[in-house]
Design a protein around this ligand. Structure first.
Ligand SMILES: [Zn+2]
Length: 744
């Protein structure tokens, strides 16, 4: 492994059209990777074509990207997002639509009237924002309103009138028939899938959408107006599907939702919402259609078809880098895409999606095959040594194993793997045609996974997340080249076998201990390290903050840490965040910056430690203990109180959240051991203990943690005796400042 630093990127600050169905791309990732390549690539290929945001970012950064996009919806999205989009322009189109006629009535009031209901506050008739349906009852149960009259928001049960109104719309209406025919002819075998996708829309929604779509065909529009209205409609299609509404409900409640519930959105309000969703103040990126190539200043060439049809045409072109957002099973998006394509551009346009729709199950095995076949073909046209950067958004185990299987089985050399289970994101780099000549190992796959897991935990010195452990196993499999020989075998078997090998190797029977709450693993033959990974990260962050007196850009702090801890050592976002909050404060301004808290300036902390040392020495003397200073551990002071020659109390006074150095100092069980720390470390220590069960157990069994302030208070209050000392020390438990209690 070459240890490429992880690239965090930023979450988009603005909503993105069709967001829930797109790979969770974080801005800044691919441009940062491309900008750090040893030489600037002439052309870049993005073979999977599922992530318009990735291609757009690379093009905006001045790279020339070739991307095959088979899905007309994704193609439309990329084409539109490549242009500057103004809300005013979109609104002009919407106003034209709103004022067209449905019979004798204008379209907007007509659509709004479909959702007409009484405001629960003022009783006026208004248009509801949405209705929440119960699938089992087959009817709406609640309504959400924002009154256009009294301005009150509300969420209340539906009335008899609401019910009656909703249930007048039926699934066998002419609108439904038209909605299907626009996608596939009645005898078309994929009609079944189209029907399935259509069922994610409540009948009233289909009626409203098709009333609007009918306007689009019988309407004198300029090409720009038509495209603008298509954009607005596409958002409404997306927003109003109940698949999308369950995704939203899930996000809002933070847990997977009741399958029985879905939301019926008001189609007109969805169109209005689309204005803000599409608005985009970015500079335009040139987009051309293959075989045209983008200009030298950067841009995108879209091949409107499948990657396998494109690759043979690419021979002779000089691709210097590959960007891959690996696909995930996403059959509902494909099915909806077919529906939307038909609705917007007719049966013929939708026909291109027929193959993918006829798949029975688009699962991980299918994807592993698809990824492998793309990579194999890609290998044929790439010059040796070209780097391929792969992103695995919303990382999960099956995804990791699928991509790993495909990459290794094609003979790509996996040179880097970095994951952050908190984001959760994976990043890999592989190169084509650069296999080392090393003889394949005689070790079994299980032995490799087991020993990689063990060595990984040993090096970390603390428990690690399942995804990190599996990544370490995969990295080892790649470097031992055990999958390379298996090209003739059935890929499904390889994928399933690899899954099984992981499950059986990273397992209790092999000595691994699993802590399900933190989803971490440890090994029973390992003991806690005095210098575990998380303590090293904390130390590195503090050193960096101390060295810089002016506020540091948050993104630069992360980059610094990722460079210090690259590849499999990538620190989790949660750890960095909690360390930052403990030691630093955010300063104002557009971009997040952090500066060391004044209380954490080394000189102030030295003073604190001296002060606590003084207080404790005085207390000890008053109580008649014999006080000895043992050798400090770095900056950590160690006081031992003796009574009649026997050790009664041991105190460590520290300024950091680093505990392992202290608790691993002696193998002998110790009595009355206390660690005294600043209260501002509470959350950090809580985090460490939550993610490190052996540490939490040791602390809870043998150690007491005390805040500086508690020592000061005890001294102020007086009344201490040898008998009540222990009890008084324990009065203000350290974790009381932590956000969640109890500890474990
Ligand atoms: Zn009202």
């Amino acid at each position: 492994m070459k240890n490429q630093p992880f690239i965090r990127g930023e979450q988009y600050s603005k909503a993105i059209p069709l967001e829930e169905f797109l790979p969770a791309y974080r801005s800044g990732v691919v441009s940062s990777w491309l900008n750090h390549l040893p030489s600037r690539p002439d052309l870049v290929i993005s073979p999977f074509g599922d992530s318009p945001l990735e291609a757009l970012e690379a093009a905006a950064a001045g790279y020339r990207v070739v991307v095959p996009i088979h899905n007309p919806i994704t193609r439309f999205l990329l084409n539109r997002l490549a242009h500057k989009i103004s809300k005013a322009e979109l609104n002009t189109a919407l106003v034209r639509l709103a004022s067209s006629y449905k019979g004798k009535e204008r379209l907007k009031p007509f659509i709004l009237s479909l959702y007409e209901t009484e405001c629960p506050h003022c009783g006026r008739l208004i248009s509801a924002r949405s209705f929440t349906w119960s699938r089992s009852k087959g009817e709406p149960v609640r309504k959400t309103c924002l009154c256009s009259d009294c301005g009150e928001p509300s969420e209340t049960p539906v009335s008899q009138e609401d019910l009656k109104k909703a249930l007048t719309f039926k699934e066998n209406s002419p609108s439904h028939a038209r909605a299907l025919t626009r996608v596939a002819a009645p005898n078309d075998p994929v009609r079944f899938q189209a029907e399935g996708a259509l069922r994610t829309y409540p009948p009233r929604t289909v009626y409203a959408l098709f009333t609007i779509l009918n306007k689009l065909t019988g309407f004198d529009l300029t090409p720009e107006e038509r495209i603008n209205l298509e954009m607005l409609l596409l958002h409404a299609f997306y927003r109003c599907s109940s698949i999308k509404s369950s995704l939203i409900l899930e996000k809002e409640s933070g847990k997977s939702t009741d399958d029985d519930i879905f939301r019926e959105e008001n189609v007109w309000f969805a169109l209005e919402e689309a204005l803000g969703i599409w608005e985009n103040g970015q500079n335009s990126v040139p987009v051309v259609t293959w075989p045209d190539l983008p200009p030298g200043s950067g841009g995108i060439s879209i091949y409107p078809g499948r990657v396998r049809d494109l690759i043979p045409k690419l021979k002779g072109l000089d691709f210097g880098a590959v960007l891959m957002v690996f696909p995930k099973p996403n059959l509902s998006f494909w099915a909806l895409s077919a529906l939307w394509t038909g609705w917007l551009w007719g049966q013929e346009a939708a026909a291109s999606l027929r193959n993918i729709l006829s798949l029975q199950n688009l699962d991980w095995v299918w994807l592993t095959r698809a990824i492998k076949s793309t990579l194999s073909e890609l290998k044929e046209i790439l010059p040796p040594g070209v780097q391929c950067f792969g992103l695995l958004p919303n990382l999960e185990i099956a995804y990791l194993i699928s991509v790993g299987t495909a990459a290794c089985a094609t003979g790509f050399t996996l040179t880097d793997i970095a994951v952050d289970p908190d984001l959760p994101q994976g990043q890999i780099i592989c190169t084509a045609g650069e296999q080392s000549a090393a003889a394949p190992t005689t070790k079994t796959m299980k032995e490799i996974i087991r020993s990689a897991g063990f060595e990984f935990l040993k090096a970390a010195g603390e428990p690690k997340h399942t995804l990190s452990l599996y990544s370490a196993g995969l990295a080892s499999i790649a470097s031992e080249q055990v999958l390379l020989q298996s090209e003739e075998e059935n890929l499904a078997d390889i994928y399933n076998q690899l899954n099984k090998n992981f499950e059986e190797s990273i397992a209790y029977r092999q000595g691994f201990l699993h802590f399900s709450k933190s989803e971490t693993w440890w090994h029973q033959e390992l003991s806690l390290s005095p210098d575990p990974h998380s303590d090293q990260v904390e130390q590195a962050l503090v050193n960096h903050l101390v060295k810089n007196s002016s506020p540091l850009l948050e993104v630069d702090i992360y980059t610094h840490l990722y460079e210090k801890f690259p590849g499999l050592e990538t620190p989790q976002l949660g750890l960095i965040e909690v360390c930052l909050k403990s030691y630093a404060e955010k300063t104002g301004g557009n971009q997040s910056r952090w500066v060391l808290k004044s209380s954490d300036q080394p000189s102030n902390r030295r003073q604190d430690i001296q002060e606590i040392d003084g207080i404790l020495s005085q207390l000890g003397n008053q109580l008649g203990f014999d006080i000895k200073k043992s050798a400090p551990i770095g900056n950590i002071l160690n006081l031992v109180w003796h009574d009649n020659g026997k050790t009664s109390y041991t105190f460590y006074i520290s300024a950091s959240g680093i505990l392992n150095k202290i608790i691993t100092v002696s193998d002998n069980p110790m009595v009355n051991c206390w660690i005294i720390l600043p209260g501002s470390r509470a959350e950090l220590i809580h985090y460490k203990m939550e993610n490190n069960n052996p540490l939490a157990e040791t602390i809870q069994n043998s150690w007491g943690l005390i805040k500086y302030r508690h020592i000061r208070r005890i001294a102020d209050e007086g009344g201490l005796t040898k008998d009540n000392l222990r009890e008084r020390l324990a009065l203000d438990p350290f974790t009381s400042d932590a956000p969640q209690l109890p500890l474990i």
